[in-house]
Design a protein around this ligand. Structure first.
Ligand code: FRU
Length: 491
């Protein structure tokens, strides 16, 4: 289908109830629907927005285009949860219903101020000549809907283009100021982060640009985030326009972090080098929040812009990642699946297995929704592979090369493939031998956590439903695994 501009920017006022009902029905029965991931009831989901924990409930919002798998008019969709595992559908939270968000309520964050939930986002406006004007907006969530939209920055400040969006706000107890970091493009077409501050949350002033060592690193930085963790300052952002460097930076756009120390007064950020957050095929625009135990939790979009996915034809696209808890170890960010996900576990199986230069199909272990925990007790093999979602010639391969100490995620033979993606493997060099893997499999995704969350791979796969086998292969020697599998039930 050819998407005209008119089709892309339809709102609920332009689409009949019957038509939307039909869209939802088609999606409900589509193959590849996930079991325990947040996914759209119809249309396209992208960035997680407004993550916040308030009065015992987690609020997760996301970018949503309701009418087909295309980036068009964006709404904020809202779900809530006591544990980030079981979710209640709250429907639309922000509709693009004013002049300043006439072409989409774009990404942003949430914060509780005086016991009110404030949603802080970018209104995307296009003029008649299709020129983009970004507005930074604060809206108050009352019940399930937002109200009182107030613009606090109109357009982009001097020195920046109209690519100016995705405010992430926080309160700093030391300075007693609210801050907002905003993703920006300088007029010389390089990416940056711009900081605003406010004493009372109503009046905001431009503070300046975050000063990093990356003065020319891509043409736009989207979705910035800033927080303190384990004594370090952490800046997350998504630079666009970074060239591939060997096995690094292979996705269309990158998502990574800088770890260091921020002097909030001068905005000088001293940091280590940029690192990717995730080594899989499908990860972008993550956002973090402080959880019930003050832990730092991250949720990402398991998708990328400008890529055609096999579900598009079924009228829906994308999901969010499972939530992960962050920690700093040896000046790197580690990510581990939140413990609450253990509530989904059932039907445990456990075995200690040795395979010698052989291939073993775990006949009793079939499945399409499960968690695998694998301890590598001893490895004399040059390579080993864990094949999941396997049957006949179809499988998704997780491979370890012991000599090179490299790990490869291979979806060449996984089934249907997204289009517009560079290659079918993703590789990372590990700093230590691989000794632990935690693998989450859902109908159409795989999330891998290696060596206690030091390396994470998030990827969509689109296999046949009947590809449900698990196979283990060792090459040139013995490998002994302690393997546990839990089936996972619906979230
Ligand atoms: C990132 C992004 C944001 C923007 C939103 C629009 O994926 O491009 O920069 O606010 O998506 O949906």
């Amino acid at each position: 289908m050819e998407w005209t501009r008119e089709m892309k920017y339809r709102t609920f006022e332009d689409v009949s109830d019957e038509l939307f009902k039909e869209m939802k029905k088609k999606v409900k029965h589509a193959r590849w629907r996930q079991m325990y991931h947040i996914q759209p009831i119809s249309g396209l989901l992208n960035d997680p927005n407004g993550l916040v924990y308030h009065e015992g409930l987690y609020h997760v919002f996301y970018q949503w285009h309701p009418f087909g798998a295309i980036h068009g008019m964006k709404y904020w969709y809202h779900v809530t949860s006591p544990d980030l595992v079981h979710f209640t559908d709250e429907g639309v939270a922000i509709s693009p219903d004013t002049l300043f968000d006439s072409h989409g309520a774009y990404s942003g964050s949430a914060i509780v101020v005086d016991n009110e939930m404030k949603l802080v986002y970018t209104g995307n406006h296009r003029t008649k000549d299709w020129e983009r004007v970004p507005y930074q907006v604060i809206s108050t969530l009352k019940g399930n809907e937002d109200s009182e939209k107030k613009v606090f920055v109109k357009g982009a400040p001097n020195g920046y283009t109209e690519h100016f969006r995705d405010p992430k706000v926080w309160y700093d107890e030391n300075t007693e100021y609210y801050y907002a970091v905003i993703g920006a493009q300088r007029v010389d077409k390089t990416g940056a982060i711009v900081v605003y501050q406010s004493k009372d949350f109503n009046h905001w002033e431009l503070k300046g640009e975050l000063k990093t060592d990356y003065s020319s690193f891509g043409y736009m930085w989207e979705c910035p985030d800033y927080f303190n963790l384990d004594g370090k300052g952490v800046v997350l952002f998504c630079p666009q326009g970074i060239e591939r460097k060997g096995d690094a930076f292979r996705n269309r756009y990158q998502s990574g972090y800088l770890l260091g120390h921020l002097d909030i007064k001068s905005l000088k950020f001293d940091h280590y080098q940029f690192e990717e957050l995730d080594y899989g095929f499908d990860f972008y625009a993550p956002q973090t929040l402080k959880g019930a135990q003050e832990e730092r939790i991250l949720i990402g979009w398991m998708g990328l812009p400008e890529t055609t996915y096999p579900t598009d034809k079924d009228g829906w696209a994308h999901c969010l990642t499972i939530p992960r808890v962050l920690s700093v170890q040896d000046n790197h960010l580690f990510q581990q699946p939140i413990k609450a996900l253990q509530q989904l576990r059932h039907s445990k199986k456990r075995e200690v297995l040795t395979i010698n230069d052989d291939s073993l199909v775990l006949e009793e272990w079939k499945g399409t929704h499960y968690e695998l925990l694998i301890d590598v007790l001893d490895n004399q093999a040059s390579h080993f592979h864990i094949d999941i979602r396997q049957s006949g010639d179809e499988y998704t391969r997780c491979s370890y090369d012991a000599k090179a100490r490299s790990f490869t995620f291979d979806r060449s033979l996984s089934g249907a493939l997204p289009e517009g993606v560079d290659g079918t493997t993703r590789v990372v060099q590990l700093s230590n031998a691989l000794d632990h893997m935690q693998i989450f499999v859902d109908t159409s995704s795989v999330e891998l956590f290696l060596n206690g969350g030091q390396y994470v791979f998030s990827s969509r796969i689109f296999p046949n439903a009947s590809s449900d086998g698990i196979r283990i292969v060792s090459e040139n020697g013995n490998v002994t695994f302690d393997i546990t599998k839990y089936n996972l039930k619906e979230g």
